[in-house]
Design a protein around this ligand. Sequence first.
Ligand code: TYD
Ligand code: MG
Length: 506
Amino acid sequence: MARPTSRFVCQACGASFPRWEGQCRACEAWNTLVETLVREPGRTRVATRTLEGGTPPTPLRDIQESEVARRSTGIGELDRVLGGGLVPGSLVLLGGEPGVGKSTLVLAAAAGIATRAPGGSGSPGGATSPGARARPTPGASTGANDAPGPVDTVLYASGEESAGQLRLRARRLGLVDGPAGASILVVAETDVERIVERARDVRPAVLVVDSVQTVALDELDGPPGSVGQVREAALRLLQYAKNDGVPVVLVGHVTKDGSLAGPKTLEHLVDAVLALEGDRGGGLRLLRATKNRFGSTEEVGVFAMGEEGLREVTDPARAFLADADRGAPGSAIGATLEGSRPLMVEVQALVAPVAYGTPRRTASGIDQNRLALLLAVLARRAGIGLASHDVYASVAGGLAIEEPALDLPLALALASSLRDRPVRPGTVAAGEIGLLGELRPISGLARRLREAERLGFERAIVPAERGRQSGEVPDRVGGLRVVACGTLREAVTLALAPAAEGAPTP
Ligand code: TYD
Ligand code: MG
């Protein structure tokens, strides 16, 4: 039975019920009831009143453009993904699998914020002009802009770990004795209302809630982490962020399939969704914005997890190659583009005759459907049949790459494994593969080629230009020879080293 303050609302039809049921009695959908806070009429009126007090409709041309004063986190790669820093009053969700390093990253960012003056990341010294402080201080009686403002503290609400554990981590990161040791305030608290209360007292520069799955509202019956709790908690924190103009960073866990645990609505609710991904065993982490109201979703940040926390990798192009290029069959290097950043990644494939039953297709970091499609194209258009083979394919380094240009390196890795012939050393490939076995042009070719050349690759296999797309494919870029292929079959022939050792490169 729900408390008087909550109802179970069907997410499909909107009908509401006093208790949870497996099936909605109104629309007969299954598992759609979510516990939702019933807002008291009084509270609703408060919200309406603030709206009424707001500005009247204004012609577009008369509206002042607001230069948002972003707050640098002191971590270049994070600022880059955020679009230049944290925007006042924004709600940012940082998602990732457990253990990937979310808490480590936010703690380091908290330290960066606490020890830096507000201002854009473009001013490394920190713009200390009071005008740059865009954070309104509602409690202050003076005008928000010329008030000296409180010390830059960061309030870190930890529901996941005890304060002691957090300190241990901070010590490992070398933050306890520095200025951050004094200005990061930790509260081990899971009640959202109390977290907001604390934040109102402290008036931090940034509020961190780690994690959204561990906090809860008292008014709801469901356990922390349930869809209703996660959503209502996020809503409450959103309200705080907007009202007080304080950026709130929410840490959120993602489930195995890569989606954020909790309601999909969480992603619509927040201003930015950052995803931290990478192999827990391996050291590298990729941070990308899957949504960003205040910046592009094109940027990625690269970190290396080490003894002293996450280190920025400022030249990441080669980072994900690990010790690839050692000429093992089943390995191919792809020139991918993550946003505006070219990254060379190793694709690995292993094919083995089926022992019994249906062949297995296991993909990691690669879309399963894309793999299935490529296997069909390889069989029908390139004479590389894998119907009676188990197939394992992955992107090295725990990356997940959705780019179409990964098709060609993946196909080459598969062909290489089946034929037991390595891809020629020094070769990089990029290209989308069509259903007819043709190679389709990809975006940003020039940028990928330049980067491959810089990293010392000797040969790039790319789609030949066709039809209207012309003048794109050069013969060579510096020391990099560019081999343009029209079809997958051709690319496979050119890419694989001959079976016999020591044959000359065509
Ligand atoms: P953590 O930030 O706790 O992950 P999350 O909050 O996403 O669950 O990081 C967990 C892992 O990071 C843990 O296995 C230990 C490792 N780690 C390091 O390798 N070096 C470090 O300096 C720190 C703090 C953690
Ligand atoms: Mg954590």
